[in-house]
Design a protein. Sequence first.
Length: 376
Amino acid sequence: MHRKIDKQHMTLIYYITIICLNLTLIYMITFQHVYGRKMDDTHFQFRRHSFLTFFSILLSATISDLFIVDNGRIEILPLFTICLYYSAFVTFVLLASAYYGRMHYRNPFNWFFLLQYPLILIIFYFIMRLSNRYRQIYQWEGIIPVDGTAAHVIFVARIAWLAIILLSYLFMLGELIEAYLFWRKHRREHISEMENIQTDREHFNLASYVTILILFTVAHMLPYLWFHSLCHVLLIGLLLRSICVYTQFVRYTQMKLKGCYTAEIIRTELLRLLKRENNNPIYSSNCTLEAVADTLNVDRMELSDYIYNNVGLTFSAWISEKKLCRCADLLAKTDREISDIAMATGYRTKQAMYKAFKARFKMTPAEYRKNKTLRS
């Protein structure tokens, strides 16, 4: 009786998680269809349509998961469902390879080679269904029919095709790894912090989808409702994260189209550079516009325009202001020698730093440190 109640609870949890997963997928598809639809960027629209295709196939697979449970038992090796998840995996890998610069999706042979197996299995599935020969399996004990019977022949054929699909999974993983290594070899050496963060988020999502899709395949080989439910919850979490990453990617693309992308890169990169002391051209004695622009990996005129338009200062006046602000920060937050601070911020002599500091803050560095210490 207790075991029966546990099965009922697990079945209820299973249906709750799979329904929530389907609703999340529907929301994801609707959101991606509407948000960013009018963006005039070919690369972005290709990615948007790619993920819409993937999520649509994945939705059909998760819907089929609703029909493989019976009286607290879950079917193992469900042909139709496994084929749909496999098709989603093929679509995802080929399109993810395009993200890494490998255009395998453009070769029709790749699609035919990888999708012929699930297509044959689906036809095989419907033939067995129509002829009442399809056998649902709920446990591994006694799974193999009696040798020589028609059911045994069908079972062997079914296992053989499933084995081919599993080998195809390994082949596709190899394709994806090769595409990633290709991208690593040809990527730009210097990218902005913003681009780096966006890329890391997308790489995490790609790796997570591959992992979860493989977990779903493993789940369909095991008679455990709880394992399926866990996979549902993990995929829901990943989908919600994908909505956030997709929103950020849309804004990132909009910034590039509107021309404010470079300004945002300069802003974020400058904030990071100003915190760095070693090998920082801003805090050198002979700082030049070209040196700072090269460090930020931006055009010198774009940097000059950014400083003038956003701060209202010439480059030399801006450099002087940043050096003095750095001096003030070190005086207030550290007990370093004033001469050491002067050298660290690009002043040739302690006297030069004293003169510039007093003109800016109306007091000497020693007086500034004393005042800050008393206030704190």
